[in-house]
Design a protein around this ligand. Structure first.
Ligand code: GAF
Length: 421
């Protein structure tokens, strides 16, 4: 375990100056509510103990310098102005650049100065525990803390800061929602979070005392195609929104499914009945026939124009049923009904695997293995296509899985924090 003193001394040795700030930003594990944040539906994550730590100080140059405590990652230095170069496989420091740039844009014409950053991370990368958002948030807060005096959150609310970080990260290429940044910025130690969007807000939720969440790595990194699969799911949801708007005579520019449900006045049960009448899948030409060229165009982005085939009914079924499960999970949690929480997690995994097709063999196997050994619920967490599963055990049963592979038992951790030296 690397101590704060070690990091401090490493910084001084590396750069020959004292660090001014230390930012600690946790990762997150999502308990339920997968792939629905970009439709503005509420989600249920908690921050975890693994984190990104950044030490930073203004330097006497006009250069941005990034170094990683882990020697396997190369350092990177560039004169200002600079930014992510748009490469399709972003490096660790590209995420830091996004956070840095996000704050500079927010601060308008603020005088720019060189900064030296030192990164130390304990969130396993590509594991579905949101290491990348943690890099963005930590670098954004380091930059802000170097620009303003005192508590940076007196200059921007935590909600607006999380929103800013979420806006900065898509520069990297994923059309992601805002769950990860919100969980990492808004979390309080000891409680999970119910996060809602547009406007972003959160509520602390006490987990039942006898609920233990175990995070298990499938030992498959998020697979290479994950960004493309992710964006494909976003576009499929947008097409569904156009179909539903037409079907229900809704006039709205939004293609967030929560807006469409709200405008339709339908309950989850009612909207799920309508979903069953949608086409199972459609080619691009068929979509154009169904909604028109202009409506399809509204759904697409530069990088997603290449998609030619879309699954519709199963994707919609996942989004609406998962949003409903979040409501039921929150209720079960308040009633301390951990059996029901587990049942909902299992349903969620099934829906992710079969309807959203964002699981993989290794994740399915881990979930089955834990369920066979007494878990109440087990599901993939995060985007899927590799990474981690989250398992719910009754505290009395944890012994039963002591010999199974696991990463850690997760306790709700504190959100992002700043320390000034
Ligand atoms: C990734 C995204 F960044 C989140 O916004 C969310 O959509 C998640 O996948 C899936 O629930 O972590």
């Amino acid at each position: 375990m690397t101590s704060n003193e070690e990091l401090h001394d490493h910084f001084v040795k590396l750069y020959g100056i004292e660090p001014e700030v230390r930012i600690t930003c946790p990762g997150r594990v999502n308990l339920i509510g997968e792939h629905i944040d970009y439709h503005d539906y509420g989600v249920f994550p908690m921050a975890i103990d693994a984190s990104t730590v950044i030490l930073a100080a203004k330097n006497s140059t006009q250069n941005i310098v990034f170094s990683n405590f882990d020697p396997k990652y190369d350092s990177w230095e560039s004169p200002i102005p600079c930014g992510w170069n748009g490469s399709s496989s972003p490096k660790w420091f590209d995420y830091l650049l996004c956070g840095w740039k996000g704050i500079l844009d927010f601060q308008g014409n603020h005088e720019q100065f060189g900064i030296s950053f030192l990164l130390f991370g304990t969130i396993p990368p590509s594991s579905g525990l949101s290491s990348s958002s943690s890099l963005v948030c930590a670098s954004a807060l380091s930059t802000l803390a170097l620009i303003v005096d005192g508590d940076p959150f007196e200059h921007i609310s935590r909600e607006n800061f999380a929103h800013l970080c979420a806006k900065s990260e898509p520069l990297i290429g994923t059309l992601s929602g805002g769950m990860d940044q919100a969980a990492e910025v808004l979390a309080s130690e000891g409680t999970a979070l119910r996060i809602d969007f547009n406007p972003l807000r959160s509520k602390n939720i006490q987990l039942p005392d006898d609920a233990v969440f175990v995070v298990v790595h499938s030992n498959t990194e998020l697979n290479k195609g994950a960004t493309s699969h992710y964006n494909e799911r976003v576009i499929e949801g947008r097409i569904v929104s156009q179909l539903l708007k037409k079907r229900l005579s809704i006039n709205s520019p939004s293609f967030r499914l929560k807006d469409i449900q709200k405008l339709s006045g339908k309950s989850f049960e009612e909207i799920l009945e309508i979903v069953e009448t949608l086409p199972e899948e459609a080619t691009k030409d068929q979509v154009i026939e169904l909604i028109g060229d202009d409506k399809l165009e509204e759904c697409l982005t530069e990088n997603t124009r290449k998609f030619t085939e879309f699954k519709l009914r199963p994707r919609a079924r996942h989004v609406f049923s998962e949003a409903h499960r979040v409501e039921l999970f929150e209720k079960a949690c308040e009633e301390k009904n951990i059996r029901e929480m587990g049942r909902l997690m299992n349903e969620s995994h099934r829906s992710c695997a079969l309807d959203y097709e964002c699981s993989c063999r290794e994740l399915d196997e881990i979930c089955s293995l834990y369920l066979k050994n007494g878990a109440l619920g087990a599901r993939l967490t995060g985007a899927g296509w590799g990474g981690c599963a989250v398992v719910l055990m009754a505290a009395d049963d944890v012994e039963k899985v002591a010999d199974l592979p696991s990463l850690f038992v997760s306790k709700p951790a504190q959100g992002i924090r700043v320390h000034r030296f």
